[in-house]
Design a binder for this molecule. Structure first.
Ligand SMILES: C[S@@+](CC[C@H](N)C(=O)[O-])C[C@H]1O[C@@H](n2cnc3c(N)ncnc32)[C@H](O)[C@@H]1O
Length: 285
């Protein structure tokens, strides 16, 4: 599957490398900021899954959990549930465990280190499987979905979420360089249409309950974490441009990302957050 699109929060994190390499540290920070800034959206999503669930989940599995945005939010939403967070990266799982400990959830949230490309790990049957921004990383998502299907109890739910486009932050006229800088960057990176998981789910035996887009549009002024989130996201986009940006746009982007001046993203008071994510909710009959 595609792991280089701009809708991919995880590209370049090198999950196969052990140790706290710079890519994993940067990715973990991005995921943690994502969780903080988009907390309202995650809460809306877990509440919706609560409405779709036919019974209170007793065991939830988070596939490709990263630093635990989903696992923690699900443990908070479903107070009766044990949550198993599966990830390839021990560094991500360590952060997740620390967060669970801090929030008093350590007895209900546990991490399992496993490479889902190597097959389905030994897990207890579950009532809800969550896979956010992770399935497209898998070499064979169909076999992961087949594992999820087999691991769910009848009536259990699967929620697959993917990002439609990478978050955008800047007003069109950013007051430096030509207007429309951010739009030009996204056009250059051109991730193409987002994947549709409907057929994959049907092949694994799931019955689609709903496909729901979540449109996030947070207006200015926003809390301080937003500026850092914007900086980390723009830096990531910038690293993908590989010299394709014209010199004036490159200078403008650098001034936005790292500048101390009024255009610098950490000083701006006009940032907004615009992103769309889609969730496919499907049931094991
Ligand atoms: C973009 S992050 C998403 C993290 C989290 N679900 C979230 O929404 O914040 C993708 C995660 O999938 C994990 N991952 C990638 N390939 C994997 C594999 N083959 N097996 C298990 N985890 C994998 C990565 O280590 C990373 O933590």
């Amino acid at each position: 599957m595609n792991t280089t699109d701009t809708g991919d929060l995880h590209a370049h994190a090198h999950p196969h490398h052990a140790g706290d390499d710079a890519g994993t540290v940067a990715m973990a920070e991005l995921l943690e900021l994502d969780a903080e800034v988009l907390e309202g959206y995650v809460s809306e999503l877990t509440a919706w899954l609560g409405e779709l669930a036919v019974r209170e989940p007793g065991h939830i599995v988070d596939l490709g959990s990263g630093t635990g945005t989903g696992a923690i939010a699900l443990a908070q939403r479903f107070a009766q549930a044990d949550v198993t967070a599966v990830d390839l990266s021990p560094q991500m799982l360590r952060r997740l465990s620390n967060k669970a400990l801090t929030l008093g959830l350590a007895d209900r949230v546990r991490g399992v280190q496993a490479d889902l490309n190597e097959g389905w790990p030994a897990l207890d049957p579950s009532d809800l499987v969550w896979a956010a921004a992770s399935l497209h990383h898998m070499e064979d998502p169909d076999s992961v979905l087949a594992g999820a299907f087999a691991g769910l109890r009848p009536g259990g739910l699967l929620a697959v979420t993917e990002m439609d486009f990478f978050p955008r932050f800047l007003p069109d006229d950013i007051g430096v360089g030509r207007p429309g800088l951010e739009a030009r960057i996204h056009t250059l990176l051109n991730p193409g249409p987002a994947a549709d998981w409907t057929d994959h789910l049907a092949r694994a035996g799931f019955v689609l309950e709903a496909e729901r887009p979540f449109v996030v549009n947070l207006p200015a002024p926003l809390p301080a974490a937003t500026a850092r989130y914007a900086q980390v996201c723009l830096r990531k986009l910038s690293s993908h441009l590989d010299g394709r940006l014209p010199a004036d746009d490159r200078a403008a982007l650098d001034a936005v990302i790292d500048g101390d001046g009024p255009h610098g993203v950490l000083r701006r008071e006009d940032l907004t957050v615009r992103t769309t994510r889609t969730t496919w909710a499907a049931r094991r009959p």
